[in-house]
Design a binder for this molecule. Structure first.
Ligand SMILES: [Zn+2]
Length: 232
């Protein structure tokens, strides 16, 4: 169950509410933000307490001002810091940059070090959506029948350099980078690397990780269609 804990609620009322959740068969809560009394009372009623976090999509004003260079850059050269795709809150960080990796790890460590937090839920643990579901195209006045450059990330200097180091190819010299399996793999690896590092921190503290596997579901669905199976 996902909730956003409100400030200032009576502890006695919270205890009754979380007890009801448990009795209804709910065993864990994703909390949208930190709130020690909510977490502790939920735990006392037998529930697991997980903090729900936006992982790669980070629009905090302070971070945008302090580190605009950490943000992902699309195939047109535009940064999420200045020109977010689709909606104003789409402010994706580049997963290849070591400073970004450290920032995310430190943030997660500061959540998991609290004894009342059982685990973390990684939402937005991916790149920006390159192709939206077809029923959303009309909302944004776009036709995404191919991978458009303004939604294709990340083409920053760090990504270009690391891709060259690891795959021996210069992404600027590839005519259709969106069709390069190596380039795609490089980017999958960048996100996997972030998750593996988070897993180490969580394991050290014996805490759980879950994730919103949006892209995986989408990929599975596309694969099922391609190989002729019906939906998932
Ligand atoms: Zn990058």
């Amino acid at each position: 169950m996902w909730i956003n804990p409100k400030e200032g609620e009576l502890e006695s009322e919270l205890a009754i509410r979380y007890k009801k959740y448990y009795e209804a068969g709910i065993r864990g809560i994703f909390f949208g933000k930190d709130n020690e009394s909510h977490f502790r009372i939920a735990k006392s009623q037998g529930l697991e307490t997980h903090r729900w976090l936006w992982t790669m999509n980070r629009g905090d004003k302070a971070l945008l001002e302090m580190h605009p260079e950490w943000y992902a850059i699309n195939r047109k050269g535009e940064s999420c810091a200045e020109k977010p795709p689709y909606v104003n809150y789409y402010r994706w960080l580049c997963p290849s940059k070591e400073d970004v990796q450290q920032y995310i790890l430190d943030d997660i460590e500061s959540v998991l070090e609290k004894d009342y937090v059982d685990g973390i839920h990684l939402d937005y643990i991916r790149y920006c959506d390159i192709v939206l579901p077809v029923n959303l195209w009309k909302n944004y006045h776009i036709e995404q029948i191919r991978e458009l450059p303004e939604y294709d990330y990340c083409y920053c200097e760090t990504c270009r350099m690391k891709f060259k180091e690891q795959f021996g190819m210069n992404i600027s010299e590839i005519e259709y980078p969106e069709a390069s399996l190596s380039w795609r793999q490089f980017r999958y690896n960048s996100i996997t690397n972030i998750v593996n590092n988070i897993a180490k921190v969580a394991k050290k503290r014996d805490k759980k990780i879950t994730a919103a596997v949006f892209q995986l579901l989408k990929w599975l669905e596309e694969t099922y269609v391609r190989i002729g199976l019906t939906g998932i």
